[in-house]
Design a protein around this ligand. Structure first.
Ligand code: G3P
Length: 218
């Protein structure tokens, strides 16, 4: 299972990378805006800065929603660094663009996926990754994890090579369930990754070990 961090914050990306478990980064226009990054040059430079921090797989999202615009923007993004994966929304022209990028060897991440039908289209178009948003489905009282399970079954049925990149992960149980179901990748905030470290019995056990050692060794 691969771990991506879902942020455009360089400090958080470095912290996750330094933990030694990071396989990639996902960003989106909201996450870029949250870091105060605006203007084309600044945005491209920020993606480059992210690429310099990690080994591979940095999702950079297009803003265009028409085929010509998505292709132009996606190619500009792909030129920044070989580590870039072009993130394209699940819309009609997005699917067409994914097909073309795939034929040209440009890796893609089809984003804003909320149904098995959308996931099938993304895979048929040749997306490298598809991003179902679990938390946002839960927010509207649907079952985000059920979508991951449906996608796993469908992709297995037809040996689709598209990787399931579970996104909009809000807590550790989302992540654990995705691992059980067999999502290929999870992308989540740093807080979710570091929460995996925690267990009260680890803390109390370590405290006791250290206290006993101190007692015996002065
Ligand atoms: O990057 C896409 C996705 O992970 C967004 O998550 O928390 O804004 O629903 P969230």
């Amino acid at each position: 299972m691969q771990f991506f961090i879902d942020t455009a914050n360089l400090k958080e990306i470095k912290e996750a990378y330094d933990l030694g478990i990071l396989d990639g980064v996902t960003t989106n226009p909201s996450l870029m805006a949250k870091e105060g990054i605006s203007g084309k040059e600044n945005i491209l430079n920020h993606y480059k800065a992210i690429c310099n921090l990690v080994d591979d797989k940095v999702s950079a999202e297009v803003i265009a929603t028409d085929l010509e615009g998505i292709l132009k923007e996606g190619k500009e993004l792909a030129k920044i660094d070989d580590k870039i994966v072009v993130k394209v929304p699940m819309i009609k022209d997005g699917v067409k663009a994914i097909k073309k990028f795939s034929a040209e060897g440009i890796r893609t991440n089809c984003t804003l996926v909320f149904s098995p039908g959308q996931a099938i289209l993304a895979a048929k178009a040749g997306a490298s990754y598809v991003s179902p948003f679990i938390g946002r489905l839960d927010d509207i009282a649907q079952d985000g994890l059920e979508l991951i399970a449906q996608m796993r079954l469908i992709y297995n049925n037809f040996n689709f090579e598209t990787e399931i990149l579970a996104a909009s992960i809000r807590h550790t149980m989302h992540l654990i369930k995705c691992a059980e179901i067999g999502a290929d990748v999870v992308t989540c905030p740093l807080s979710v990754i570091t929460s995996l470290l925690k267990h009260p019995l680890t803390d109390s056990g370590l405290e006791k070990f250290l206290a006993d050692h101190k007692k015996a060794n002065g």
